[in-house]
Design a protein around this ligand. Sequence first.
Ligand SMILES: [Zn+2]
Length: 279
Amino acid sequence: MQNVEFLLRAAISAAASAREHGNHPFGALLTDEQGNILLIAENTVNTGGDATGHAETNLVREASQKYSFEELSRSTLYSSTEPCPMCSGAIFWSGIGKVVYALSEERLYALSVHSTESLKLACRDVLARGGRPVHECLTLFPTLIEPLYAPAAQRNVIIFHAGDNDIGQGRNADQTYAAFTQYVALAHRQGWRVVVSTEFHVPHFNAEREAQLEAYNTMLLRNQAGADAVVDMDADPRFLDLSYRSDPALFRDPLHPSDAGLAIMLDRLAPAIRRVAGR
Ligand SMILES: [Zn+2]
């Protein structure tokens, strides 16, 4: 049994996940009468190439396959944002008994300054037309979701950490950096900002490959590609000194940091990410 705020936070996490996957930031989940989560869904409009891939419609589609109308009449749908008229219709036909959302449609439109399209019809009004009593149709905790629509949240940042594979496959530093330069240009054309970290040294590289990796890292730091920030991982001795690679607290194998190692990486990256994102 979870409380309403917890459940709305979970729906909002699904909305954040949708944004990370390249979709619009909307998420929804379904609970049984006791508040146990049955299903979670997120918006898939962009990645699915389907304008009807709203979080709630995706959720209803899955819910109807798994549960009867009768079971759904006792369930509650929690959504990061008030369901649109299409989703409200889907919710009605599914039989779902209650709807709770964080942000109202009205507030969403007020926040979405870039949106030129709108279809203004409250969830409550759609459901009321069905003549079936909907027990709740509530806006709660809207401030939990509003940051996802704030301009600062819309500054997309890519964290780039790659290059050793190219060198491992026999490409030299120039070729590897040329590929990275093209990547930055493409990302910038699409409106992304790029934070790049230097590559980790690879213990099994021979001297020639190690020299190419070193040269690639030097090019990254010189940053002729115009990345928005470059973070030097070698500045931390725990990443530079290969004797740490056998320490399971920091590395899960000689190449890949463990959770603690990743936390150190993130710590090094965070100031650059904040600076680039303007936060
Ligand atoms: Zn919708």
